[in-house]
Design a protein around this ligand. Structure first.
Ligand code: BES
Ligand code: MN
Ligand code: MN
Length: 465
């Protein structure tokens, strides 16, 4: 065991109460990046992090961008010749809506009893404030025991991840020298289960669009006009229905072109994980699977693309009834993308698919909310071996190598701009209600994650040449 790590881990253990209290302070700041009404809170949240990191000897600042600030912090580390670590995470959160479904207010963190002990309930608890704080707490323990981490550490903590990361790449290009590193560490994904850590090796990409179909010049009485012209909501609904065929495949021409099949080795390793589709769906309150025919549930979520509506509106949505044929109808929808799919090409194919169905004389406006490609991480890197050893120390078992259906645009940016691979070591669980009311993070996961980061830093330090 590399020197110091035992004392660092015991420092983590004895600091549990204070660490949870600090996380709760962080969670109290409503850093909702997509909502301009919260932009002061977002900035305040960045400053909160900067202040905390400075107490640990970091050179930290909240750097303004065209959007929300980036937290950038650096520590030279205590050991010469150790690999440089870049930690990426995000301090912004999703909106809390629908508010009425929360059992406690989203920005008043609560410690609640669950089957695995206490859990922290708040917006951002696991995505991603709790996971960012695991790394910060590991740094704090290293600071207290050894005067700093054993390797040079840079943190880049974003405030726009949940709203499209528009400023991330410009920031990375203008700060590339300060971000230079040998390995990136990201904690914004999940574990296999509460006792089994995981390293995520693939992320899906995303192509998010919003389409508005406009027909009549104004809303019409549905008795006077109903039956005489195409209703924009009905027309849009049939366009949406044409996204899929009866086999659950996306019916957009060219959508699957160029997608590779996972190797037999990868598929076999997924089979060995012992995944239960039934349990997975039960967590969502669903009993009957649906999806692309001939594909397993893990393939459907990890290695196959999708096209899903995220929101739909038009016409009368208030209480009671109003007989109206609306002038407009809108859908927000997104495609999860996999290896082999070029996000820009998919955007075009989807748009063409919709345009071909616009009723004569009607107009369609399509707006892109951003695209990013799927990511695969190399599994043969020495850093991944370090992480595996550290996780084994903490959990007493090997990490599962998994995929995920979610997207983290920064991982692609880090690959393209810095030429560096990311280690995706996350500590969320499937039942954490990410992006949903009553989001939570198990204290057990938070503490094991903190211990894992402390041990990973030790392993990286031990690579010093
Ligand atoms: N942490 C998630 C990504 C994630 C979710 C990873 C579930 C693993 C499991 C991240 O904060 C997120 O929500 N990403 C967005 C990206 C989008 C806003 C560009 C996503 O996946 O929808
Ligand atoms: Mn996240
Ligand atoms: Mn998220």
């Amino acid at each position: 065991m590399p020197s110091n790590v035992a004392s660092v881990l015991s420092r983590v253990n004895s600091g549990e109460g204070a660490a949870v209290a600090r996380l709760c302070d962080f969670l109290r700041i409503p850093s909702v990046s997509t909502d301009p009404a919260h932009s002061k809170d977002v900035a305040h949240c960045a400053e909160w992090m900067v202040r905390d990191l400075r107490t640990m000897g970091f050179n930290a600042e909240s750097v303004p961008t065209a959007g929300h600030p980036m937290v950038l912090a650096h520590h030279p580390g205590t050991q010469a010749g150790a690999p440089r670590v870049l930690f990426y995470g995000h301090y912004d959160v999703q909106p809390a809506d629908p508010l009425e479904l929360w059992e406690s207010p989203p920005f008043e963190p609560c410690l609640v009893d669950g089957p695995h002990g206490k859990r922290i309930v708040a917006r951002g608890a696991v995505d991603d404030k709790g996971q960012v704080m695991m790394f910060v707490e590991a740094l704090r323990a290293w600071h207290e025991v050894a005067g700093g981490p054993p390797c040079p550490v840079t943190l880049m903590i974003e405030g726009e991840e949940e709203s499209g990361s528009a400023s991330l790449e410009p920031f990375m290009r203008s700060h590339a020298a300060q971000l230079a590193c040998d390995v990136a560490v990201v904690s914004d994904t999940g574990m296999w289960d509460i006792d089994t850590p995981a390293i995520t090796t693939s992320l899906r990409g995303l192509c998010y669009l919003e389409a508005t179909l406009t027909g009549p010049s104004h809303d019409l009485h549905s008795g006077m006009y109903g039956g005489s012209l195409r209703n924009p909501i009905n027309a849009l609904a049939s366009m949406i229905a044409s996204f899929h065929d009866a086999d659950g495949r996306v019916a957009i021409r060219g959508f699957y072109d160029g997608i590779p099949e996972p190797s037999k080795e990868v598929l076999d390793s997924w089979t060995r994980l012992g995944f239960s589709e039934q349990e997975f769906l039960a967590e969502a309150g669903v009993r009957h699977p649906w999806g692309e025919k001939g594909r397993s549930c893990l393939e459907r979520v990890w290695s196959r693309p999708t096209c899903d509506c995220n929101g739909i509106f038009g016409g009368y949505t208030g209480v009671g009834a109003k007989t109206v044929i609306p002038s407009k109808a809108t859908v927000k929808f997104s495609c999860r993308l996999v290896a082999g799919q070029d996000p820009e090409r998919i955007r075009q194919l989807v748009e063409e698919h919709l345009r071909a169905q616009v009723p004569p004389g009607y107009s369609l406006e399509v707006h892109s909310h951003g695209v990013n490609p799927a990511i695969h991480v190399r599994t043969d890197s020495p850093y991944l071996k370090c992480a595996t050893r550290a996780l084994r120390q903490v959990f007493g078992r090997d990490a599962a190598l998994i995929g995920t259906g979610g997207s983290i645009p920064a991982v692609g940016s880090i690959q393209r701009i810095l030429g560096v691979e990311s280690l995706l070591v996350g500590f969320g669980l499937d039942d954490d209600r990410v992006h949903s009311p009553n989001e939570k993070f198990e204290v057990k996961c938070f503490m094991n994650g903190t211990r894992s980061h402390a041990a990973m830093l030790a392993e990286f330090g031990a690579m010093a040449t």
